[in-house]
Write a protein that binds this ligand. Structure first.
Ligand code: HSE
Length: 318
């Protein structure tokens, strides 16, 4: 077995909720993400997480507040290796409060790198709960719908939180996603605060019917069913007030060929599922123009749904 002095992992961005799966569905997207380097540094302990990248100056370096170090600390504690002095460097490429799983990219990459550094004592599935602890620090809720797809890649369903039961779902190859991130910061904790904590029986029935319909559609590649099922009765009705132009932008995206469109994670990014990459690119531009009409610049991303999860991008052997 190889022995490493240092390992760098990449954690991809993610789209959580996916319309009808509040807190229980998410998928990885190809392109954006954070990088974390974890090194064995027994003689020269650093108490802070080293931060760099375009957004590094905006996040805390203190170990008890940083999502990357919190995830690693929980991992080491469970392994009974808390005595290890790991040096942690985070390249923060993802904007904060974007709705693209920024904090999850950091905590997923961190625990993935630490696991590799220590010779993979756990499987990728087993390290998800540690990355979830990073989410708890970031927004007050240890939700898994960003960290699980960031770690595993592809589309995941969280069937249960207690006990954790995560299911990987293979998507049709021609299913693509457009994600558009407007220049606006919306913190998950704030976007969770606007939600209602109760749901009527009628809406619970509609919601579970849509979720079930969506999963069947994904697995069978039935796009008409996928379109019909992409209805968010839980988060979207309360959160659209936080996103300028949401209703007309969504309407246009659907008119221009999106199968479904909604808020990516807790927003303000929007996402649209589309058949084919070309349609996704067209819909991404449509959404971007919609934001522009509301005075917001934005960046666009287009990705297949079966995108890879965390990966090791560099390592130095002892
Ligand atoms: N399920 C979470 C929420 C995702 O909507 O609050 C946050 O990215």
């Amino acid at each position: 077995m190889k022995k490493y002095k240092s390992v760098t992992a990449f954690g991809p961005a993610t789209v959580a909720n996916v319309g009808c799966g509040y807190d229980i569905m998410g998928f990885a997207i190809q392109g954006p993400g954070d990088e974390v380097t974890v090194s064995l540094n027994e003689n020269n302990a650093t108490s802070l997480v080293e931060l760099s990248g375009p957004y590094g100056h905006l996040i805390p370096g203190a170990r008890e507040k940083n999502t990357a170090s919190v995830a690693i600390n929980c991992f080491l504690q469970t392994l009974g290796r808390s005595e290890l002095n790991l040096r942690i460097s985070l390249v923060k490429n993802m904007p904060l409060g974007s709705g693209m799983g920024s904090s999850a990219s950091s905590s997923a990459a961190a625990v993935f790198a630490a696991n590799e550094l220590l010779g993979n004592p756990m499987s990728t599935m087993e390290i998800i709960p540690f990355a979830m602890e990073g989410e708890r620090i970031a927004c007050g809720a240890a939700h898994a719908d960003n960290v699980a797809p960031s770690l595993l890649g592809g589309f995941v369903l969280i069937r249960s939180y207690n006990p954790l039961d995560i299911i990987e779902v293979k998507c049709p190859e021609d299913l693509f996603c457009a994600v558009v991130h407007p220049q606006l910061e919306l913190h998950t904790a704030d976007a969770r605060r606007v939600l209602k904590m109760e749901i009527t029986m009628g809406n619970a029935i509609k919601h579970s019917a849509n979720t079930a319909g969506f999963m069947v559609a994904l697995m069978k590649g039935e796009y008409a069913l996928l379109s019909r099922s992409m209805q968010d009765l839980l988060a979207e009705p309360r959160r659209t007030q936080l996103i300028p132009g949401f209703d007309p932008i969504k309407e246009n995206a659907l008119k221009e060929g999106a199968l479904g469109c909604g808020i990516s994670g807790s927003g303000p990014s929007l996402f649209a599922l589309c058949q084919g990459e070309k349609t996704a690119q067209h819909v991404a531009r449509t959404i971007q123009q919609g934001f522009e009409a509301h005075g917001l610049q934005s960046e666009t991303f287009v990705s297949a749904l079966n995108a890879p999860g965390c990966s090791i991008i560099n390592s130095i052997e002892v």
